[in-house]
Design a protein around this ligand. Sequence first.
Ligand code: PRP
Ligand code: ZN
Length: 305
Amino acid sequence: MGSELNSTDPMRLKIAVQKNGRLTDSSLDLLSRCGLKYSRGKDQLMCYGENMPLDVLFVRDDDIPDLVQEDVCDLGLVGLNVVQEKRLAFAARAIAPLFETVQLLDFGRCKLCIAVPDGFDYRGAQSLQGKRIATTYPHIVGRFLADHGIAAEVVVLSGSVEIAPRLGRADLICDLVSTGSTLAANHLRHAETVLDSQAVLIRTPVPIAPEKQEWTRRLLMRIDGVEQVKGSKYIMLHAPRSALPAIAKLLPGSEAPTVIPLEGRGDRVAVHAVCRENVFWETLEELKGVGATSVLVLPVEKMLA
Ligand code: PRP
Ligand code: ZN
């Protein structure tokens, strides 16, 4: 009861996330890694941040840009596919999109693809001339067709696009593909990628109330920190001092490694560095090749620039 009242508190930040779909788990994981503690009841549409003045709203992904645009939510975690479609839809109605993309996030990767029935002889965009294309992304498809100078009919559906060709409603489709199993199950195959998508953080450009600014700043900084450490590793090794230039070249995305002399070990030093990219076995083998020993690679839990 109490939390219900507090949840509509205008002093609390609101972030919209996908209610049920490919982005939901990773979105909540991101917020947890930012330190948010919340309780989510089954079928609950909003959950109350217990240790931050931040509430999470669970909505359809297609509604997220509108909620941010209308300033109902301050922030949103949504796919680039939805953002792009919404931008083009607003542009078509001469509405200036108010939501801003803050940053790309390292999850929810998928592709918006043209897919054709098994027997369809696809030979590039010109094969779409005069065809009927079923999609829930009419504006992105329209832009793609215009870019290629193709006249085709866009059949706008709200879901279950994959069965449109079998039902005779369209000749082919344009839809999201991640594993490709939905395509395969519907006897369709990938023909062309129209958009590479991943999750993005969007925000309202309407000035955030002064009372909420401090937490907005902190949350955005934490999200950025979480994103930065995702691929990052902390690497420690021993090596001859003379090998330092070669080692610096091999360490992926590291800035200014720390070099520590090793007591009583001649010219051997310990090198500690944060690598902004994953460190693969090949790199470790190459490090060994230039004289490194005792190589340790550790995950980075938190990072604050
Ligand atoms: C997409 C798309 C397909 C499915 C493809 O739907 O419409 O149904 O994912 O995924 P696959 O290649 O792994 O089989 P999504 O779950 O994103 O829902 P929405 O488009 O209705 O938001
Ligand atoms: Zn959707």
